[in-house]
Design a protein around this ligand. Structure first.
Ligand SMILES: Nc1ncnc2c1ncn2[C@@H]1O[C@H](COP(=O)(O)OP(=O)(O)OP(=O)(O)O)[C@@H](O)[C@H]1O
Ligand code: SF4
Ligand SMILES: [Mg+2]
Length: 345
């Protein structure tokens, strides 16, 4: 293998398709194509954010990557191993290396155990080589890392919401993961606790630990991730360096909408005329139950796209799936308008 300047790929997803449902006893229901042909790479040690509105498929994609749910087509490789073809022994090993922090992580804590006992239990399971003294030392160190050394004799009921999430994180770190999928790690927390979690995620970062950070919170994403993937109706429609979010000369119209809603567009950015004019009606509200735009053909934004209408390209947009157009280092957009100088520059 040649020496590389960029870190090796840790997770490689190709052509991932995941559908739910379909059929139904009384009514024929259309299956929900929750993931609609996604390719993605996560490199060793990087923090990648996955953003998109409710129902766009973020949690499902995180679960597919960790084989917490099945897939209908495509492949996922972790450290080179095919996750969906792994035998039980390989899967057990992989399961130690990738972990998911869920929105309701604190629900997984044992109500009768102290924080120290829970750490001991996790270490007993994941670090069988450690004896009791080794587990005690390792447990204390992990609790110090998450700022809970003084709370080790507490039970979950006497911990705050933020502290419970930190216990959850310490238990995950006990497995020495190489990838943590953090699904809305700060949702439901007040501003001060949220800031503590953000600081903590930064402190816990080490060069061998990669994160896939799933979040609605674009401010958070911009603070702690390196790369941002934008998901819409089961597809990744843009990848952009986090530092470029809101500053790049062109964003996918849907990313633009998300950033405008989050007030993240910088002065002088972009193409207000290309993306909609003052006084133009807003796009219809996104309804996660409405999967009408989700097919394997055409752009999933075509029904709402003012930019496509302005450029007169909507018939192409509806009939052909846009391929990624490279706009700069680490920045691509799956949008036909990105091919047009009029829209981009
Ligand atoms: N177990 C399931 N059974 C049926 N449909 C599902 C299931 N899980 C997810 N879906 C559907 O798949 C789509 C994607 O859901 P997913 O939970 O991945 O979205 P999300 O982007 O994580 O949303 P949120 O931001 O609200 O958490 C939605 O339409 C959802 O209703
Ligand atoms: S491909 Fe067409 S419909 Fe889709 S976002 Fe671009 S311009 Fe709009
Ligand atoms: Mg989700």
């Amino acid at each position: 293998m040649s020496a590389e300047t960029t870190p090796a790929v840790l997770v490689e997803g190709r052509g991932i398709v995941k559908t739910f449902g379909g059929g139904g006893l009384l009514r024929r229901q259309e299956p929900t194509r929750a993931i609609d042909g996604v390719d993605l790479d996560i490199r060793v040690g990087e923090v990648v954010a996955l953003i998109g509105e409710s129902g766009s498929g973020k949690t499902t994609l995180g679960k597919v990557l960790l084989r917490l749910t099945s897939l209908d087509a495509g492949t996922v490789r972790f450290g080179g191993a095919d996750v969906f073809r792994a035998n039980n022994a390989t899967l057990r090993k992989l399961r130690r290396e990738f972990q998911m922090v869920f929105q309701n992580q604190s629900a997984n804590l044992h109500p009768k155990m102290t924080v120290r006992e829970m750490m001991d239990e996790s270490l007993r399971l994941h670090r069988p080589e450690l004896d009791a003294a080794g587990r005690a030392a390792q447990g204390s160190e992990l609790l110090s890392r998450v700022g809970l050394a003084a709370r080790s004799e507490q039970r979950p009921a006497s911990l705050s919401g933020g502290e419970r999430r930190r216990v959850g994180l310490a238990r995950i770190l006990a497995t020495r993961p190489r990838l943590i999928v953090a699904d809305e790690p700060t949702s439901g927390l007040d501003a001060a606790i949220k800031q503590q979690m953000v600081d903590l995620l930064k402190v816990l970062k080490d060069p061998d630990l990669a994160y896939l950070l799933i979040s609605h919170d674009l401010g958070l994403v911009r603070k702690i991730s390196e790369r941002v993937l934008v998901m819409l109706k089961g597809r990744i429609i843009e990848e952009v360096p986090a530092a470029e979010l809101g500053k790049a000369a062109f964003h996918h119209p849907y990313t633009h909408k998300l950033m405008r809603a989050a007030d993240l567009l910088e002065d002088g950015h972009g193409h207000p005329a290309a993306h909609g004019r003052a006084g133009e009606p807003a796009a219809r509200p996104y309804d996660p139950a409405d999967r009408s735009g989700v097919t394997s053909v055409g752009c999933v934004h075509a029904a709402d796209c003012q930019l496509g209408a302005r450029l007169g390209i909507l018939s192409r947009c509806s009939g052909e799936r846009p391929k990624p157009v490279a706009l700069g280092p680490g920045h691509w957009v799956a949008c036909f308008a990105a091919e047009s100088k009029e829209a981009v520059g």
